[in-house]
Every structure is written in structure tokens, then in C-alpha cells.
Design a protein around this ligand. Structure first.
Ligand SMILES: C[S@@+](CC[C@H](N)C(=O)[O-])C[C@H]1O[C@@H](n2cnc3c(N)ncnc32)[C@H](O)[C@@H]1O
Length: 208
């Protein structure tokens, strides 16, 4: 699969998103989790873990869209992708920049300004109960355990019974290790990344 835009276009987009991401980190450091978007290599690794790119996908904590673009490059159709982001400025940036991509000429992923803990209320009703994969880069390590549980419960509420959560983190340990009713597996590691990055999968056999 080809990159989503030319290298010059991707280069200028990365500069703009790095600046915006840093500004949002200054304002909400814990909510953002890091001071820069994930690296393109880590984004690609996470996107490669989506088992069926033709399924319905929800990305939570979409930030400036680095991972979103990797999902589109993986072959996810814009109309099958919903993005949920808590920061309004990042939502505007996502809407503007995604609509400029060649893949999004006829339709762009739907961007929703809202809380990942309330997915069933905020995503389109046509997605509820049909989502195959939730892709997450939410900085769980800075979120209290009860709030993490609420986000995971919200993801499982909108997924098909065999759905999966693909989660990117900078912690080699699972941020959901305390939830022992969830089947969890580390499916990717990028030690030579700055900082090292890891991809976890959580399976939808969670007992509500
Ligand atoms: C590490 S950044 C995301 C990085 C981004 N996906 C990328 O590709 O670089 C985490 C994002 O999660 C968002 N976020 C944190 N808590 C959230 C929540 N409860 N619901 C939705 N988004 C949330 C933050 O605003 C931030 O944009």
C-alpha cells in the first residue's frame, strides 16, 4: 500500500502536527500523554495489527492523525473509520488535514469531539455493535484505573463479540494488567523507537 500523500506533503503535515501536538501538550500534559505524536514506524506497526482493514473501525484518542493516516495507508476505508478525540482543536485539525488526503477525496473519516468512555452515545448508531477493531493511543498510564475500565467497557459495548482493541503504549507492561478478566497479549515491540513503543491487543471476552 502506498503512503497516503507525497513525501513532501507528508513532511509538511508532520511539521504542522508536531507544533500543534506540542502546544496541546503544554495545555493538557496528562491528557496528551506525550509531547509529540507517535513515530510513523510505530503507527505502521499498530496499523498492521488490525486484523481486517475492511471492517468498521473506531480510533480513540486520534490526536493529530498520525495513526489515522497509517490506518488509511493500511487500506481502511474512510467511510468505515470513526475518530474520537477529546480535544476540540485537534478535532478541527483532523477534519481539515484528512480532507486534504488523496484517499479522502470522496469521503473523510468521521471526526467526533467526545470522550472515549461514552462511545455508544457518540459514534454513529450504524457502528454500534458492529465495530471490529478499536485502535487506541489513549495515555492510560496517566489515567486512574477506574477511568481506564470505563473506556475499555465503552469499547467492548460497541464491538462485535470477536472484536479486538489494538492499543499503542510506551510501556512494555500492559496498562490493563490489573483487569484480569480481559485476555491480553503484546503483539508488537519497537525497542529502537524514541521512546520504545509497544502494541497490545485486548480481546472482547470481557465480562461486563
Ligand atoms: C498520545 S496522544 C494520541 C496520539 C495519536 N493517536 C498519534 O497518532 O500520535 C493521546 C490522545 O488521546 C486523547 N484523549 C485522552 N483521553 C481521551 C478520552 N477519554 N477520549 C478521547 N480522547 C482522549 C488526547 O487528547 C490525545 O490527543
Amino acid at each position: 500500500m502506498q503512503a497516503t500523500c507525497s513525501s513532501a506533503c507528508e513532511g509538511s503535515l508532520r511539521k504542522r502536527e508536531n507544533v500543534l501536538f506540542f502546544k496541546r501538550w503544554l495545555k493538557h500534559p496528562l491528557q496528551m500523554g506525550t509531547l509529540a505524536p507517535i513515530t510513523p514506524r510505530l503507527a505502521k506497526l499498530a496499523a498492521s495489527q488490525v486484523k481486517d482493514p475492511s471492517g468498521l473501525i473506531v480510533e480513540i484518542g486520534a490526536g493529530t492523525g498520525r495513526l489515522t493516516r497509517a490506518l488509511l495507508a493500511r487500506g481502511v476505508k474512510p467511510e468505515n473509520l470513526v475518530l474520537v478525540e477529546l480535544d476540540e482543536d485537534l478535532c478541527s485539525f483532523l477534519e481539515q488535514t484528512l480532507s486534504e488526503l488523496p484517499e479522502c477525496k470522496s469521503s473523510s473519516p468521521k471526526v467526533i469531539h467526545g470522550d472515549a468512555a461514552k462511545l455508544a452515545e457518540i459514534i454513529p448508531s450504524s457502528f454500534v455493535g458492529k465495530v471490529l477493531t478499536v485502535v487506541s493511543a489513549i495515555p492510560f498510564m496517566y489515567i486512574p484505573e477506574e477511568a481506564r475500565k470505563n473506556i475499555i467497557k465503552s469499547c467492548f459495548e460497541v464491538m462485535v463479540p470477536k472484536g479486538e482493541i489494538v492499543h499503542v503504549t510506551y510501556n512494555p507492561k500492559s496498562p490493563l494488567a490489573f483487569m484480569n478478566t480481559i485476555q491480553q497479549e503484546r503483539v508488537g515491540s519497537l525497542w529502537y523507537n524514541m521512546p520504545p513503543g509497544f502494541v497490545w491487543k485486548y480481546y472482547a471476552n470481557y465480562i461486563h
